[in-house]
Design a protein around this ligand. Structure first.
Ligand SMILES: Cc1cc2nc3c(=O)[nH]c(=O)nc-3n(C[C@H](O)[C@H](O)[C@H](O)COP(=O)(O)O)c2cc1C
Length: 198
């Protein structure tokens, strides 16, 4: 492999080993404050047309975890779940060592940067955040579900004009995910451009 970094191949192998790990396979510890800042720094390395930073992250910690549980239970009841279902969703809200809300703050009227480019930036930021966590020995998963669209949930996380995308659950993986790294092959997404006939 060419490139200026002797660590490059090892880092690339580590990058290629990332996969999502669900909350039931996450345990303490989660990232501390300094590590969360590093993860945010990594997110800020995402390509960002116009430097708009069309995202922000809100860490759910301390007493806020109980508030999130209450919101999840409310959303579950409003979706028709019984009390057992609501209790399960409330418990899920508090299971991961660290929960980070992912919030989009898009400039929908920007003259140069259309909204889809801002979503692309947010996706890159989210991926970099997950990769940084992986590089530090943590694992996690981006989660949303119908509850993310519940008005009280959106309102609880968003300022004017913002959209709650979901939550990243992060912690220490307690065991490998059961499925393998079953991704499509590179050839499925990488090919030569075939220009249309002139
Ligand atoms: C914005 C967003 C929301 C998601 N919401 C959910 C979800 O609610 N439940 C779920 O099982 N996976 C959800 N996923 C997918 C997982 O985070 C994960 O990417 C998927 O399970 C594939 O695993 P992998 O990252 O190891 O390829 C979401 C992904 C994104 C980008």
């Amino acid at each position: 492999m060419s490139g200026h970094s002797p660590e490059g191949p090892a880092l690339l192998a580590l990058l290629l080993s990332r996969q999502s790990v669900g909350i039931k396979h996450l345990a303490e510890p989660g990232p501390d404050a300094a590590q969360l800042r590093l993860m945010a720094d990594a997110a800020l390395r995402a390509p960002d047309h116009g430097g708009l930073v069309p995202f922000r992250f809100a860490v759910v910690q301390g007493a806020a975890r109980e508030r999130l549980a209450t919101l999840f239970a409310q959303a579950a009841r409003d979706a028709g779940k019984d009390e057992a279902g609501a209790a399960l969703d409330a418990e899920r809200a508090q299971r991961a060592p660290v929960t980070i809300a992912v919030i989009a703050r898009l400039d929908t009227g920007h003259p140069q940067v259309p909204v889809h480019e801002q979503w692309a930036c947010l996706g890159g930021a989210l991926t970099n955040l997950l990769n940084a966590a992986h590089f530090m020995g943590y694992a996690g998963k981006m989660l949303s579900g119908n509850k993310v669209r519940h008005p009280a949930v959106q309102q609880a996380f968003c300022r004017a004009g913002e959209t709650l995308v979901g939550w990243v659950a992060i912690g220490t993986p307690v065991r490998s995910p059961q499925r393998g790294l079953d991704k499509p092959r590179a050839a499925d997404v990488l090919g030569d451009w075939e220009p249309p006939a002139a």
